[in-house]
Design a protein around this ligand. Structure first.
Ligand code: GAL
Length: 354
């Protein structure tokens, strides 16, 4: 009898622990951003959307990024949210197996970004495709009818072939294949034209390339300073995060030190193709020389608040990449067109009402 009671008690205990975990896994509703802390999705799992970007469609935000759970086999995850604090995992929208068969086995995905094409009604995914050694350095493009995918692979390319002072030897094979395509972002302008902005020439120079009507390839024929341009030539800027405010183009970028953080740069241009003028490091306070130990991935415009933006960065943890954290910080333009990004342990969207 004693033994029976013991067994029943153990079963009851296990059951209540399981129920508690289940209930706990729903996660409490969030109403604050806590930069650098583990960020759980609505099912209680740590969000995997590194090097990501966000779009807003029909009052729903979609956050796409790298799921780093498997180091050399990153996938593209998608989360949705109505309030930017609480994110529901919508699934893996693109994975290695969805790539063209010639590159399927050994290619991984970095810095995926999705934009919506109002003309075609398609969601277009661009990503940096890479292989061991980081010499593959190509753009991958995929499309979907729905924000939650699945995305269908279109092509992999080096978008621009340009005669610059090629390094010799050049393991990136740029003379033959075109300039490298690594850290990248996308930008849709008010007139519906879209641009890919990416680190090229082995990261020495950023390329800004206008896309075709479908957003699936560069606009043809390519014409330097008309349909595409080199910017920050020889400056080794990467992790580009473009945005627009009062008819001017802005770009936050990082230096080029791999997973190690460095100082951000904030630049402005009247024309997206340049010339770009650097205004220095937009961060202030402790850790500002390391961008608060983060690297830019995108800047989000706060709807209904034209002067308000959110800096989104990754605090990479190279030893434990899936445990890399998200650094989201608010900023506003001052009357002189300047910005200052400061550290906050926690904050909410009321910041922008002040
Ligand atoms: C960084 C880049 C990351 C990743 C990393 C690999 O410079 O921003 O996206 O590629 O290098 O070392």
């Amino acid at each position: 009898m004693k033994r029976m009671i013991y067994i029943v008690t153990v079963i009851a205990c296990c059951y209540s622990i399981a129920v508690a975990q289940d209930e706990g896994s729903g996660g409490a509703e969030l109403d604050k951003f806590k930069p650098g802390e583990v960020w759980l999705d609505t099912s209680g799992r740590a969000i995997q959307a590194h090097g990501g970007g966000i779009i807003l469609r029909d009052d729903v935000y979609y956050w796409y990024g790298e799921d780093r759970t498997s180091r050399q086999k990153t996938t593209v995850s998608c989360y949705s949210s109505k309030d930017l604090y609480n994110w529901k995992f919508e699934g893996t929208v693109f994975k290695q197996e969805d790539l063209a068969s010639d590159i399927r086995t050994n290619t991984f995905i970095e810095r995926p970004k999705v934009i919506y094409n109002a003309k075609t009604g398609k969601y277009v995914l661009w990503m940096h495709l890479e292989q061991g050694g980081y010499h593959f350095a190509r753009a991958g493009v995929a499309i979907s009818d729905k924000p939650m995918g699945p995305f269908e692979f279109v092509s992999h390319t080096r978008p621009v072939k340009y005669e610059f002072d090629f390094p010799n030897p050049d393991p990136d094979r740029q003379k033959e294949l075109g300039g490298t395509f690594r850290d990248m972002n996308l930008f849709v302008d008010d007139d519906g034209k879209a641009y890919a902005i990416y680190a090229s020439e082995h990261n020495a120079t950023l390329y800004i390339v206008r896309l075709n009507e479908e957003y699936t390839a560069p606009e043809q024929p390519l014409a330097e300073n008309k349909t595409w341009a080199r910017a920050f030539v020889g400056k080794y800027r990467e992790a580009p995060a473009p945005f627009k405010y009062k008819d001017k183009y802005y770009l936050i970028s990082s230096g080029c030190t791999g997973w190690t953080p460095n100082a951000a740069d904030f630049a402005v241009a009247e024309n997206i193709f340049g010339p770009w003028q650097s205004k220095g490091n937009p961060c202030a306070g402790d850790d500002s020389e390391q961008t608060f130990r983060s690297q830019s991935t995108c800047v989000l415009s706060v709807p209904g608040k034209p002067d308000s933006f959110i800096y989104m960065g990754d605090r990479w943890n190279p030893r434990q990449l899936p445990d890399s954290r998200y650094i989201w910080l608010p900023f506003k333009f001052d009357d002189n067109g300047g910005i200052e990004i400061k550290w906050l342990d926690e904050w909410d969207l009321n910041y922008f009402s002040k």
